[in-house]
Design a protein around this ligand. Structure first.
Ligand code: HEC
Ligand code: HEC
Length: 337
């Protein structure tokens, strides 16, 4: 890994050639100006006491010979300069710009790496491999997983909810994930990092992508109950009883999607919506999104979880899941539905 500082200097060095050309050209012109051009000293102050506009000018003869020749010589000199300097400049400039862009990029990666190690590594891992953080509720003794960031681009490649991963990462860092251990970092959202610093962190994260998303380990799910799987993957956000936390309560989620206990088709429809949500996740503007689990759980494990959710479905209760609000009142106490 080349030293980024050296690269910065290397990139900046690209501009010395045009600057040198310019300096030499300027020196040449200065010389010409004072030796033969209008800047040279004009002998004794012959006309010192005659106002400018009334001083005699060159004779016609002089104007048509030496005067004209001098003007033409200047023209030739300038044209030669333009003919030499401009193409040279044109040849060198793109390389110089490239060097500069590369230098800025390397500098961002270097800055971003430092900020990342300071502010993110304790949860997301020194090598962005992922980790965890304590649950914000001190009474809940379950670690909250902090996703791996070294494969975040690949993870969201085919996502139907995250369409622009660069923007997604930036917004997540700026705003944090309310209700989860992920803090906000953008100054505009009460954090400590300027746009520039956030952007450097994003550049760093994007520069170390492995592109590999591990397949869910099918073995690890064999024989595990839906209850257990729910507690491990869903309860941090939806509560251990499905009562809701950062995510909505799921106690009557089937009914929200049209379930009627007497109608088998409606049960299948509700299961399909829930399945689709679990597999693909949901974007929630400016709040904590529902993650996608299609790369985390096997299809069988997802069915186990849906069975478990179905097992605690009630009818009645609020139509919408409250996010982070009070747990849903027991169905029979609720008059609003
Ligand atoms: C205190 C622990 C903690 C710290 C510090 C922290 N994060 Fe997070 N981060 C989390 C957790 C937990 C999540 C998952 C939240 C959730 O479940 O939605 C998360 C989620 C994210 C996500 C979204 C990942 C995804 O796939 O949805 C990104 C991006 C992210 N963090 C970047 C950062 C960056 C960059 C920093 C440092 C500037 C940082 N985090 C610092 C705990 C942390
Ligand atoms: C990081 C937090 C988080 C985790 C973990 C999580 N969810 Fe969610 N979930 C949410 C949020 C937030 C929403 C609300 C999305 C919205 O408003 O559209 C949601 C919505 C849902 C919904 C739809 C609710 C409705 O009324 O439309 C279902 C079903 C669901 N989650 C199931 C699960 C299951 C099953 C798991 C575990 C495999 C899980 N969730 C894990 C945060 C989470």
């Amino acid at each position: 890994m080349p030293d980024p500082i050296l690269l910065v200097e290397g990139g900046g060095g690209g501009s010395t050639v045009p600057v040198l050309i310019l300096l030499v050209a300027l020196a040449g012109f200065a010389l010409a100006y004072f030796v033969v051009g209008p800047g040279r000293r004009k002998g004794p102050k012959r006309y010192a006491d005659i106002p400018l506009a009334m001083r005699p000018y060159h004779s016609d003869e002089e104007l048509e010979t030496t005067g004209m020749e001098r003007a033409m010589a200047w023209g030739v000199a300038l044209a030669t300069f333009a003919a030499l300097f401009l193409p040279l400049y044109w040849l060198i400039e793109p390389t110089r710009i490239e060097g500069q862009v590369q230098a800025f990029y390397e500098q961002d990666v270097a800055d971003g790496r430092i900020e990342y190690q300071n502010a993110c590594a304790q949860c997301h891992g020194t090598n962005l491999e992922g980790g965890s953080a304590p649950h914000p509720d001190p009474d809940i003794d379950v670690a909250w997983p902090a996703p791996a960031l070294d494969n975040i681009v690949a993870r969201y490649e085919d996502s139907e909810v995250v369409l622009d991963v660069h923007d997604f990462i930036t917004r997540t860092i700026e705003r944090g994930r309310p209700g989860t251990p992920m803090p906000q970092f953008g100054v505009g959202f009460g954090g400590v990092y300027s746009d520039q610093q956030v952007s450097a962190i994003v550049t760093y994260i994007l520069s170390v992508q492995t592109g590999e998303v591990p397949e869910p380990d099918a073995e690890a799910f064999v024989g595990r109950s839906g209850d257990d799987l729910f507690a491990n993957h869903c309860a941090t956000c939806h509560g251990f009883e499905g009562e809701g936390y950062v995510g909505p309560q799921l106690l009557n989620v089937f009914e929200r999607y049209g379930w009627d206990p007497d109608d088998e088709t409606s049960r299948e429809t509700a299961r399909a919506v829930v399945r689709h949500t679990i597999e693909n996740g949901r974007a929630v503007p400016a709040a904590t999104p529902m993650p996608a689990f299609d790369q985390v759980l096997t299809a069988e494990a997802i069915e186990e979880i849906i069975d478990h959710i179905e097992s605690f479905q009630v009818t009645g209760g609020p139509r919408y899941g409250q996010v982070g609000g009070d747990p849903v009142p027991a169905a029979d106490e609720d008059e609003e539905s």
